[in-house]
Design a protein around this ligand. Sequence first.
Ligand code: ADP
Ligand code: MG
Length: 479
Amino acid sequence: MMSDWEVVIGLEIHAQLNTRSKIFSGASTRFGAEPNSQACAIDLGFPGVLPAVNQAVYPKAVAFGLGIGASISHVSAFDRKNYFYPDLPKGYQITQMDRPIVVGGSVEIPLEDGTSREIRITRAHLEEDAGKSLHEDFHGSSGIDLNRAGTPLLEIVSEPDLRSASEAVAYARYIHQLIRYLDVSDGEMAEGSMRCDANVSLRRVGSSELGTRTETKNVNSFRFLERAIDHEISRQRGILESGGVIRQETRLYDPDRDETRPMRSKETAMDYRYFPEPDLLPVEIDDAFIEAVRNSMPELPREKAARFEAQYSIAAADARTLSTDPLLADYFESVAALCGDPAMSVNWVRVELLARLRRDGIEVPALPVSPEQLGALLKRIKDQTISGKVAKDILDALWRGETASVDDYIKIHSLTQVSDASSLEPLVDRIIAGNPKQAEQYRAGKTKLLGFFVGQVMKESGGKANPQQVNEIVRSRLG
Ligand code: ADP
Ligand code: MG
């Protein structure tokens, strides 16, 4: 049944710009302050106040536009979007309707099968955030926190080019990565710094017309985004297959119940009565400004991945994984420089560190092991002081904060690798003597058993024997 329908998705992503003050006032944008302690007369829309644009928003919006290959409008303009809601004290939101600052562009998103797809971006415009309604702690009523009112937002609107929930998540992840790389936004989704509205519709496979869509608002985690979209796809498919029609409406995703429910329909849709903001002049941006921003842009994820692949001779997939986060990429480069072995560094950062991050549910900035520590650890594997197995144990000790110094830990726990033949030979002989059947089979040609003997010796030595050395000794003893 699924194959009868094609899924069509367009995302609107709101990213809070990480400026210190608000877009039209000097109030702080710091997250987590006492409610209503960071809302000034302008944010509250008092009569007679005038907004003035925070100049810090322009280079960020322009950097984003350049990062997606968009055109930057030489003239953009602010408009008023009028509606009444308790968290919007002015009664209107200042946004950009007809003349957004960023037009067009596209991003290339990696897909699960290793290929990638181009997703076109319609536009990105500047606007102000609204306040927040608080429902907990208020019995039978709602509280309003206006600290967020006036926080600068970049709304990034995609074309309806996405074809599944997982593609939508890959796209949202890419945008998240880009805004963090460009220092446009901190991207802290748990704090609402990036929120997604998902427009979803279905159409018959082969049809070129778009179906009626619903818009699920304010989804603030990748997991919820995937679930909200999948949920909406099956809800719409159920309706369409039983002969019904989709109502164009705005829906809310409730993560607790894993369902979306209607908020307002097209019939009750608001007429925003947009008109040009009379208190602000159009924004003019010249080529010199655009070039200055271009020259100060950091290396982007795709460029970084390409450089890693060439400079360190590592696999494309590894280079991509390491470039997903700018901090992780820097970390890898430091470790590679410290231990002088990029291939080994890839393995330890990509496999060992990422697995531990996932296991403990922590993010890259909170990594408990420094690049200097990991670099020192890998150096000791390279100069054969310790085996890889022991190194993993030491990494765990560093991770738990049991030690700060790799070399001290090796000394205190006498973990130095045993490489001299005179101490390894008796150990090998003992293992061979203890496993006569396997020894006989080996001599009869079952050389696959080499690994068995090496494994036994390694175990017996508490992981301290030099595996290469053991390999050679076992082979010569049984040969
Ligand atoms: P609005 O003015 O209501 O915000 P837009 O036309 O600007 O609507 O579209 C908003 C978002 O919805 C865009 O990301 C767009 O790609 C997406 N979209 C529009 N039509 C559809 C559709 N039929 N199915 C899925 N997504 C759609
Ligand atoms: Mg919309």
